[in-house]
Design a protein around this ligand. Structure first.
Ligand code: HSE
Length: 397
């Protein structure tokens, strides 16, 4: 009998409890074993909940209960979540999490700790919400050398872009909608400044390339400067603006990894990804491009990925883990400064020599927007030195 404890009864934790208790019969069948929810740890009280009996406030009750063999950590952050994860693993309990910050920062050490204590540390829900991506990347693509990962990895940012384009609502109002739907982090700075995308890219890259890529190695730019005017120019030339995380293997074995908004053609499968959906394009040397698509945030999609890991842990502890990661390579990641691409530039006045002129209805007097020929950011900046620049966005080619 597998007994589960959930740490944190927020958006995802309550979804996990609902799936484990509401459709318990089915979950049990899939696990080939009985799975029971024994505890929910939260500092708040829920006296009217049908699960009121299961709530505890003291982690040591869970830590000291030999019946609990799987702990679901949905607290988030790297404070109590890290402490409880380490204590659970040391007690030989497997840990399942949706906490991308913790995995991106401490994943390798926690994977080692799990192995030392005969447990597993699983985190399918930390990337892409309900999309199955980590185990397919780790297992189903194992025959490939991965050449590139390119993904829309934050549901909140993509929802904001979609509301701006489809409904013409400004950025702040679109963000409020993402918060109301339970997509955004408690502090949405991580969503809109690109840190959440960066953490997810680090987890994907660590699995794909086999060594721990750390968030501080990845140049990260968010979406707060994107305006309705930029969206209008993107639409005018058959593009959408998307926040992408990219990790590209270089000839010398290093990675060019970064997070930036991009102009993405509507002809590209990533250009058609709207609303809270995420999509991750993985290029393998044997498979070519493979794309994973689905709801990237939200209560039940994310809880679905958590419960799948609980089932995996219940089924066969020793076979549930991902491909192992080696230690971080301090010099292993390059910035995208030398990565050549076309660029969208919007100027308050003046023109861009050799650029393709873009137009939009209602443009301000003198405003000029262009798609440039391919060049590095450094070359672009040299060409823009004496211009009044309003926006610069890389084009995904
Ligand atoms: N805040 C995250 C997002 C939640 O919007 O994608 C899922 O990781």
């Amino acid at each position: 009998m597998v007994k589960v404890a959930i740490l944190g009864y927020g958006v995802v934790g309550s979804g996990v409890a609902e799936i484990l208790t509401g459709s318990g019969g089915d979950v049990r069948k899939k696990a080939d074993e009985l799975i029971g929810l024994k505890y929910i740890l939260d500092l708040r009280s829920f006296p009217d909940s049908p699960l009121a009996e299961q709530f505890v406030k003291d982690f040591s009750i869970i830590e000291g209960d030999p019946e609990v063999n799987v702990v679901v950590e949905t607290i988030g952050g790297v404070g109590a979540a890290l402490d409880f994860t380490e204590r659970a693993l040391r007690a030989g309990k497997s840990v399942v999490t949706s906490n991308k910050e913790l995995v991106a920062t401490h994943g390798r050490r926690l994977l080692d700790l799990a192995a030392e204590h005969g447990a597993v540390y699983l985190f399918e829900a930390s990337v892409g919400g309900g999309i199955p991506i980590l185990r397919p990347l780790s297992d189903c693509m194992a025959a490939n050398d991965i050449l590139e990962i390119c993904g829309i990895l934050n549901g909140t940012a993509n929802y904001i872009f979609t509301r701006m384009v489809q409904d013409g609502v400004p950025f702040e109002q679109a963000l409020k909608g993402a918060q109301a739907n339970g997509y955004a982090e408690q502090d949405p700075t991580a969503d809109v400044e690109g840190h959440d995308t960066c953490r997810k890219l680090c987890i994907l890259s660590s699995i794909a390339f086999g060594w721990h890529v750390l968030p501080e190695q990845v140049a990260t730019q968010g979406i707060t400067k994107i305006t309705l005017e930029d969206e209008a120019y993107a639409a005018a030339c058959g593009h959408r603006i998307k926040l992408l995380g990219r990790s590209i293997i270089q000839e010398d074995g290093s990675l060019c990894a970064y997070v930036e908004p991009h102009f993405v053609s509507v002809q590209d499968p990533l250009g058609g990804v709207e609303d809270v959906f995420n999509a991750i394009k993985v290029k393998g040397d044997a498979t070519g491009d493979v794309m994973f698509y689905g709801r990237g945030a939200g209560r039940l999609p994310t809880a679905s990925a958590v419960v799948a890991d609980v089932i995996a842990a219940a089924r066969k502890m020793e076979r549930a883990g991902y491909r192992p990661w080696q230690a971080n390579r301090p010099e292993g990641v390059r910035s995208p400064e030398q990565l050549e691409s076309r660029w969208y530039v919007r100027l308050a006045s003046g023109s861009f020599s050799g650029g393709q002129l873009l137009t939009r209805p209602g443009a301000a007097e003198g405003e000029g927007a262009y798609l440039t020929p391919p060049m590095s950011r450094q070359t672009l900046e040299a060409q823009l030195r004496d211009q009044k620049v309003l926006s610069v966005i890389r084009v995904l080619d």
